[in-house]
Ligand binder design. Structure first.
Ligand code: PMP
Length: 360
């Protein structure tokens, strides 16, 4: 057999027909496409971290439980003692792990529509049925639509990003409670953007038997170290721990996260700056006639109105500003751009590029 024939025979059609996840090249750009924290650490702390990293035992496997991180993380996030933690190589890995648990069971997974794409991408990858749940005109939970969808799909797992990506809004607490109380599925409240909102659902993981909470350090300044967590009752965590790869958090990551937690006040300060900048950027865009959706996250969605989002996206790229074009990704996101909130200077670069593009 030729290699081509072998690939036809051995790689499933679903994989052959798919495409690798596309990450645009951002070299030299003002990078406002991926909800990262724009701030680097002071040089003195980077020097100190370098010493810690130099001390890592790279010849040994990492601590399989990353135990040195647990106490400081629980303290910083005020995680109740009754809850346990499972760590992932980014929350992406945890999403995959939770969905992979359903392989071969015939049970489905649900998430709002629109929402973070990885829920569906990973369900497809594992051939686990996926069902999108409708949002109302305010992108809030359409309770009747969800009840119908849940009745039909009978999911084992429901992801609810709180606030949602890419719309930036929080779902109403009472509607979410109605869903939690009426389903037998495990609800994963995905608080990826917890640093940028006052909402906090950790206590639901204690109160409800079918709720766990997922978080990540990616949005507060540690996207490069890939560190996410599932927070839940020990009886849930012990089950998921059985399907986690034993050394999924590498020693460099463990060291960097432990170090960052010693200086967590810096992460908090930076998140505070991003929150301030979110309102300044939103006002500046509104002043220019763009309609900006209210956001509880570190990004805002802008409706481009009379301008074409795709043209603005390409034009911004010419000005070395990279944002995310949502046009075409979902009917409700037509003609919108998602802008990560960066530093004030980065916003100014974005605004000045927009001014030049719309003046043409
Ligand atoms: N959940 C949501 C809602 C997200 O928007 C993202 C990243 N964009 C993630 C999870 C994944 O985060 P990470 O893998 O970096 O922890």
């Amino acid at each position: 057999m030729t290699r081509d024939e072998l690939i036809q025979a051995l790689i499933p059609e679903r994989v052959r027909q798919g495409a690798a996840y596309q990450i645009p090249d951002a070299t030299g750009m003002v990078k406002l496409d991926a909800m990262e924290n724009p701030y680097r650490w002071p040089q003195s702390l980077r020097d100190e971290l370098a010493i810690r990293l130099a001390d890592c035992a790279l010849n040994r496997y990492p601590d399989p439980h990353a135990d040195s991180i647990r106490a400081p993380l629980a303290q910083w996030m005020q995680i109740p003692e009754t809850l346990d933690l499972l760590f992932g190589n980014g929350s992406d890995e945890i999403i995959g792990l939770l969905i992979s648990n359903l392989i071969g069971t015939g049970r489905s997974v649900c998430a709002p529509d629109p929402s973070f794409v990885m829920f569906q991408v990973l369900a497809n990858q594992y051939s686990v049925p996926f069902r999108a749940l409708p949002l109302d005109s305010e992108f809030d939970i359409d309770v009747d639509g969800w009840m119908d969808g849940l009745m039909e799909a009978d999911p084992a797992l429901i992801f609810v990003p709180q606030p949602n990506n890419p719309t930036g809004n929080l779902f109403s607490k009472d509607r979410l409670a109605q869903i939690v109380e009426s389903t037998q599925a495990l609800i994963v409240i995905d608080e990826a953007y917890t640093a940028f909102t006052d909402a906090d659902y950790l206590d639901w993981a204690e109160r409800y038997p079918n709720v766990v909470v997922m978080r990540t350090l990616s949005k507060v300044g540690l996207a490069g170290s890939r560190f996410g967590m599932l927070i839940g009752h020990p009886e849930w965590i012990v089950e998921f721990d059985k399907i986690r790869l034993p050394y999924n958090i590498n020693v460099m990551s463990q060291t960097a996260v432990q170090f960052a937690l010693e200086y967590a006040s810096i992460l908090e300060e930076q998140s505070g700056l991003i929150r301030q900048e979110r309102s300044r950027l939103s006002s500046r865009l509104s002043e220019r006639g763009f309609s900006v959706w209210h956001s509880e996250a570190n990004f805002v969605v802008m409706d481009c109105g009379v301008h074409a989002a795709r043209d603005l996206f390409e034009g911004l790229k010419q000005h070395q500003v990279l944002v995310k074009c949502l046009d075409g990704s979902h009917p409700r996101l037509t003609n919108t751009l998602r802008l990560t909130v960066g530093t004030p200077d980065e916003s100014d670069a974005l605004l000045s590029a927009l001014d030049q593009l719309v003046a043409r």
